[in-house]
Every structure is written in structure tokens, then in C-alpha cells.
Design a protein around this ligand. Sequence first.
Ligand SMILES: Cc1cc2nc3c(=O)[nH]c(=O)nc-3n(C[C@H](O)[C@H](O)[C@H](O)COP(=O)(O)OP(=O)(O)OC[C@H]3O[C@@H](n4cnc5c(N)ncnc54)[C@H](O)[C@@H]3O)c2cc1C
Length: 419
Amino acid sequence: MNNPLKKKYTVVIVGGGPAGLSAALGARAAGAERILIIDREIEVGGILNQCIHSGFGLHHFKEELTGPEYAERCINSARSADVEILSDSYVLDISPELQLEIISSRYGYLNLKAQAVVLAMGCRERTRGAIRTPGFRPAGVMTAGLAQKMVNMKGLLPGRRIAILGSGDIGLIMARRLILEGCEVTGVYEVQPYSNGLTRNLVQCLDDFAIPLHLSTTVAFIHGRDRVEGLTIAPVNEQYIPDPKRSWEVACDTLLLSIGLIPENELSTKLRLRMDPATGGPQVTSTLETSLPGVFACGNVLHVHDIVDFVSEEASRAGRFAAEVAAGRRRPSDNIALQAGANIASCVPQSLSPDRKQTIYLRVKQPVKNCILTIGDRYEKKFRVLTPSEMIRLTLAPEVLDRYFGENLKIDVRSQEVA
Ligand SMILES: Cc1cc2nc3c(=O)[nH]c(=O)nc-3n(C[C@H](O)[C@H](O)[C@H](O)COP(=O)(O)OP(=O)(O)OC[C@H]3O[C@@H](n4cnc5c(N)ncnc54)[C@H](O)[C@@H]3O)c2cc1C
């Protein structure tokens, strides 16, 4: 088939989820001429296409939408802005000179040159192998996201009597979804002493449907040779070691795993970008540029977000900065380094510039109540509750940042009370 693609693009975006689509719009608003989104799926929209529940868009569109509705708005805006979309096409490799190798179902092998690249490949779910759950290897063990795709996109049920390991948001949302489809949900089992989901999902997905949440417990054994027949559930101690003496049996035919997300960074590591082990994504500057000039990152490939609205906000900035770099505009000089201090699990970006207003995204390691977040010794903010499942988003004005010019800043959260 004739290939309508150009050989050179101003900005090429890898991934057509909400991050990729918003990055394209940001690049267009900043004047980029030729913009291309590449996605491996037949339809762009990313994970949102399978999230048919509502609750998306309250910040970005100021109304409550389902995932596909949110995606549709982004796709329509990208199409009206003349962004080219190449779907059903996989980006195999990116060279340091920003030459992309692509395999496309329609056009075969392609090779394109970009002036700037935005990485927006999203994330994938951790599987049973990541936590090495003992037991047999029967059918019926799968990630919550796969079950979501089966139910919402293929009209298939993963089973009838479901147990869920891990209280991440996808697992909570699937607990409710499967009850609505007529399944039985035995409970959600969480190894931590606190939930890893958003409070609104705990209330609306578990409490409203009387689904029990068992904290500080895990699946100690999976029973069943061909199909899951049951689980041994055991409480864990502070070192997460299961206590077999206090274990109990649960009969079920399916185990869903909601045990965390991993940013999809195979392309980033091939490109030898400097990575941040705390986020699993590349390290970025205040303009979301990675350690390779001209390559930007945003959305879940950079760090896992709680809500898609903030993905769009971040990605739109990444697209704008990519367009600016492609046009040869001067980069701001980042002269403030950020460092995760007491009870901070991760912070993005890893450096700041006092030239303009900046947004910082943080997560705490442990839940705490009535705490104070400090940045260096000249900024503090009080919070009633902070939990690892809720990302902290701070916007700092240039006047505040100017006080830290040239410093290596530590961010700390301190409290005497555990939430
Ligand atoms: C299973 C699952 C369910 C979720 N449910 C919710 C929810 O209910 N509510 C919520 O707010 N958030 C949910 N999230 C989080 C959600 O992913 C983010 O809010 C948002 O979709 C992230 O946008 P993104 O564009 O960064 O990633 P994605 O939406 O994942 O999009 C990334 C895109 O990149 C493409 N891609 C990756 N690698 C390549 C490559 N090499 N070549 C070409 N294309 C590539 C993928 O096909 C995909 O379309 C869920 C996440 C997962 C994994």
C-alpha cells in the first residue's frame, strides 16, 4: 500500500494514549509543523478505551466522563489539529540521532526522522512472576487490567467467584465491575497495612458493595491444577512474611492481580536514557526533557499517575517543550536539583529552573497524618493526610524558586502520626 507518511517530522510521539494525544496538541499549540503519533493498537486512546466507568475529566474538561469519552475528545481535537496518526504500528527502536524504526501492519517497515521525540508509551501491570506466589499454575490467574479488557471490550467473564490480590485502583474498579456483571467477589487481599487505591475508589467500589478489604494479608498458595480452585490466605507480619498458623482457605475460580504498574521503558533503556529507579521512568528536567537532548517523556511512562487529567496536563507541556526545542529555541537552565528526602518515595522532575512556574509531582512512602512537607529550609506546606496512593502535585511560583538558585534541594515530609 502507498505510504502517505513524510520522511521527516517536527515532533514524533510514541504512544497514542491520553499522554500522546495531549502532547500532540501541546506541540501544535507551540507551532510545531509536522506532528505524528504512532501507536501499536488499532485504535488510539490507550488504556482509556477499556475504562468504561465514569470519573474521568473533572479537572481537564470540568465534567465527568467515561474513559472512552475522554479519549474521544482528545482524538477529535488531535484530528482537528491535523495531527497525523499511525495506528497498528510498533516503534521498534529510536537512534540517538532521532531516527525511528517502525513496523506497521499497513506499510511494513518504516524509517522516519524526528526533530524531537516525545515518549508516551504508558505502563503495564505487574504479574504473578513479580511476587512469586507459591502454588500451581492453573488457568484463572490474571491481571485486573486483562480482566477489564475481557469484560469491557470482549464481553467475556474471567470467572464466577473472584478473589483480588492487591488494592490498586484497577483491582478496586474490577471488584465493582464484576459484581455488576453478576459475579461473586470473595474479597480484596492487601499485603500492606493500608490500601493502595484512591479513597474514592475504596468507598465507591468496595464499601458500597460490601466487599471486604483484608489488610496485611496475602495469597500464600494457589490451589487447582487446571483451573484455580481456591487460595490459602495468610496474614503477614511487618516483614511481609505470611503466618501459616493463622491462614484460612477461600474457594474461588479466579485470582485477579492488582499489584502495581511498571512504566513501559524498553525504548528508553535501549536509548540509554538516565533512569530514576524510584519512578521506573527516565529522569527529566523542568521541561520534561530526558538525558538525551530532543527526547521528552510524559504520562505513565514517566511516572505512574493516579488520574488521567494530570497526565494530559503534563503531556501538553512535554509537547510544547518538544516543539520549542525542534524550533531551536533556547532551553531554560535548570540550576536547582531536587532530591527525595524523609518519607518521599519519588519526585518528578528531578531538576528545576527558576525561570517560570513549575509543577512538581511527589509520592510519600508511608501514609501520615497532620504532616508538614518542606522543600529546603524556606518552603513548607501542611497536609492533613498523605498516602502513597495519592500523588502530591505542587505548583511553585518563580519567586519561590528563585530563593533556591543553584541549590541541591531536599524534600521531606515529617509527622508524628501514622495515618
Ligand atoms: C489496566 C489499566 C487500567 C487503568 N484504569 C484506570 C482508571 O480506571 N482510571 C484512571 O484514571 N486511570 C487508569 N489507569 C491509569 C491510566 O493508564 C492513565 O490514567 C492514562 O491512561 C495514562 O496515559 P498514557 O497515555 O500515559 O498511557 P496509556 O493510556 O497506557 O497509553 C500508552 C499507549 O502507548 C502505546 N505504546 C506503548 N509502546 C508502544 C510502542 N513501542 N510503539 C507504539 N505504541 C506503543 C500503547 O499501545 C498505548 O496505546 C489504568 C491503567 C492500566 C494499565
